[in-house]
Design a protein around this ligand. Structure first.
Ligand SMILES: *Cc1c(COP(=O)(O)O)cnc(C)c1O
Length: 468
């Protein structure tokens, strides 16, 4: 299997070449040259596999430059009951007949990003070891991504993490999660500013090519293909749990921000998994809902980007979205380049032609959005009627899923985080504290390891140089 860019560069690269990369050199995103079709006999055979076996089968169809026995070992080491809490890894929880949650948030940081990031940690360590190289991951976070990256990379050979976060602005639970890590290769830098300051510093440092090369600076952001690929697996796992035979179809609802999670659902569907609808749910930041309703993709400025109670979906543009548009437009890289490199860059938006927009139906996508009031009502209703406490992002999903229920088609909502991460909104909705997994009792009281930094890229560079 080889990988090409969404913006017309047809140079073919192997999986291991793109594993540690972000964007393709022409500014596009990497996608496989084609999606392997899974035939009926294979799908029937996969139904009986464990999560790790299934992950191996799927990954092996996209990764042919890691020997199969090595890949198998990496996957087996990643998807264990010990790390993810259950033998099923992503068990379904029924809310009511025809509607269930797929639990993706029982990894170390209690959000679905662990599903991919835990694998990425093992892949990075393997590939860097094979090359005899090191990597210093520099990132900015306001919560979920940074902690998932740190828990994935802690103790890994050849990798260090330098994670910037806005000092005092993350939730107390998220601070405790990140800052309590004592691993030598994990560096928490609490910047005396806001999240945008952190991101600006990462950009400034990454733009200094000499520094970047000398200190081997890399990232683990959501456009990484390996992350997306790891997420394809739980669509298959969810399908097998919700159905008895491969003649049945299901729909998935996905609380969405950067379009990474639901893009994995799109890939699963392109491989032939019987998915009827992919329901995209947004919060008040409805860039993507607007696109799927109207065919206009309009990125938002910071004044129009709302801070909501489902903060991991507060996006102004969706960094993985270009991958879907490439497939939607028949893989016409020149057209994608025109839309993203020219129209979005110049005017902040593009609008598909009528014919282009009409094709969306073939890909199964529909959408909806949710508000703070909807989240509160959904959290309350799900707790009172179904006895299940859900987090704010999952609530956005459940709210929108209800608009698209169809008789005879099981609807699976992806549970993207656990309620304990967003305690303030749970208290507002339910008047009580969120449930907390026993393993995380008292993490606020653990010793903390972090360094306070001014809003100053040079200070961050000096810190990295000293700690490499
Ligand atoms: C990252 C995240 C999302 C959004 O996922 P995308 O892949 O960016 O669409 C939704 N919910 C939670 C809890 C997240 O951490």
């Amino acid at each position: 299997m080889k990988y090409i860019s969404t913006r017309g560069d047809r140079t073919e690269r192997g999986f291991s070449e793109i594993l540690l990369e972000g964007l393709a050199p022409d500014g596009g995103l990497y996608l496989p040259t084609h999606y392997p079709r899974i035939d009926a006999a294979t799908l029937a055979r996969w139904r009986g596999l464990s999560y790790a076996e299934l992950a191996f089968e799927i990954l092996a169809r996209y990764i042919d430059d890691i020997p199969p026995d090595h890949l198998k070992r990496l996957v087996d080491k990643t998807y264990t009951e010990e790390v993810f809490g259950t033998r099923e890894i992503t068990p379904l929880k029924a809310l009511e007949p025809g509607l269930s949650l797929e639990a993706l948030s029982n990894g170390p940081t209690l959000a679905f990003k662990d599903m991919a990031m835990q694998l990425l940690g093992n892949l990075f360590e393997y590939e860097l070891g094979r090359r005899g190289e090191e990597l210093n991951i520099l990132g900015a976070t306001s919560g979920d991504t940074g902690s998932a990256a740190e828990y994935a990379m802690r103790g890994k050979k050849g990798v260090r993490v330098f994670m910037l976060s806005p000092h005092g602005r993350m939730s107390p639970f998220q601070q405790a999660q990140m800052f309590s890590l004592q691993d030598e290769n994990i560096h928490n830098l609490a910047v005396q500013g806001v999240f945008d300051d952190c991101q600006d510093i990462v950009k400034a440092v990454s733009n200094q090519l000499d520094f970047k090369r000398k200190y081997r600076i890399g990232t683990v952001n959501s456009i990484n293909w390996a992350r997306l690929l790891a997420q394809v697996v739980y669509y298959f796992a969810g399908y097998f749990q919700a159905t008895k035979s491969n003649d049945e179809v299901v729909s998935f609802t996905v609380p969405s921000g950067n379009f990474g999670n639901i893009c994995a659902g799109h890939v699963a569907r392109m491989m032939g998994l019987p998915i009827r609808r992919l329901v995209l749910a947004t919060n008040e930041n409805n860039v993507l809902d607007e696109f799927f309703r109207t065919g206009t993709y309009r990125v938002r400025g910071s004044a129009e980007t709302h801070e909501t109670s489902s903060p991991s979906m507060d996006i102004s543009k969706a960094s993985n979205f270009e991958r879907f548009v490439f497939d939607l437009l028949g893989r016409d890289g020149a057209r994608v380049k025109q839309l993203f490199a020219h129209e979005v860059e110049k005017t902040g938006s593009f609008t598909l032609s009528k014919e282009e927009f009409a094709r969306i139906a073939e890909f199964g996508f529909v959408s909806g959005s949710s508000t703070h009031a909807d989240r509160l009502a959904t959290i309350r209703d799900t707790f009172e009627r179904c006895g299940t406490m859900i987090d704010t992002h999952t609530a956005d999903g459940v709210k929108v899923a209800r608009q698209y229920l169809e008789p005879g088609v099981p609807m699976i909502v992806l549970e993207t985080a656990l309620p304990v991460k967003f305690a303030a909104t749970i208290r507002e909705a339910l008047g009580r504290e969120p449930e907390r997994p026993a393993a995380l009792a008292g993490i606020e009281d653990l010793p903390r390891r972090f360094k306070v930094m001014p809003v100053d890229a040079q200070a961050v560079q000096a810190y990295i140089a000293e700690n490499c």
